[in-house]
Design a binder for this molecule. Sequence first.
Ligand SMILES: [Zn+2]
Length: 339
Amino acid sequence: MPPLRKAALFGVFEDSLRRSGLSFLRLAAEGDHPAAYQVIRDQGSFRVRVYIWNLTPGGNNRPRDEWRIQPTGLDEIGGVTRFVPEIGGKTAILGWNADFGVFAAFDIEEHLDPLGSSPSIQIRQHALEAARVNGIAPHFKGSEEVAFAIKPTYMGVYLDNMSALHGCGSSEAALQLLDELCENPESVDDQDIEDHVPEPRRYGVVSTMKALRDANFKDRVLTAYSHSCAMCGVQLRLLDAAHILPAAHPDSTDETSNGIALCALHHRAYDRGLLTFDSGYRIRRNEPMERELVAAGLDGGLADFRARLFPMINVPPNRADRPSPAFVDQVNTLRGWAL
Ligand SMILES: [Zn+2]
């Protein structure tokens, strides 16, 4: 595909935020490079400065599996061209390749020196390929720098955990663990992190592991349900991967069979006990709660709410992905449903 212009590259970046489940406000004027965003997630928000270029093949006399960004077109400050970190926020240096459908992300800490006359920052193709499969993948560049390839739906995980991710370059054991973590976040546990990651980085790596597990769960569940709400069929990227037995319960797991794709409305209604589904996959409304709402004059929209519900949830075609009756029965009991 031909290289994209700056506005289109920022469009891809903004889309990656939305697809990661994040909201944002643009803080820079149209056409500014770098751009700045206030990124808003469930808990709090942060500011991020974004540099972005096309990620292109390495060029003549370079290894065939090398891809690179060429960071040109930046303003000179005090006679030199350099990346300027966002004070009190985060700074992302990104490349985008539409053929692989992944970003490359480089560590600002390793690129604070003035840029030369034809600057270039590289990543290898194996990372792009691995990210396309696993969501995110590291490429160790030596001299402590780790670059990442990232699928758009993992941009939130990357931005949230970027210092822990790039920080793993300082230890061989941490790097090895990072490799395993990106390939399969379920294969690593707290003990592995305690054994292999030096103390100051442990907390960050544990947070990264949790974020990767969440992203992996969401990916599997939404894919299993064809990105549509099991209760009403809505798509529109308004979907959550809800846990059937909530993650806070000790018996909860991240298996796909403990997940269900629900739109924002039905996720909230499920968690609040306004409806549920039984182990035969029938959707059950909470009629006593509906009557209370009618009595309190808080039943606006109830007729529409009822009308849009399927009689049964749509289940994934693959049996192993369908809600496990054990989880369904357990949560219904815990929430006080007499079915
Ligand atoms: Zn729905």
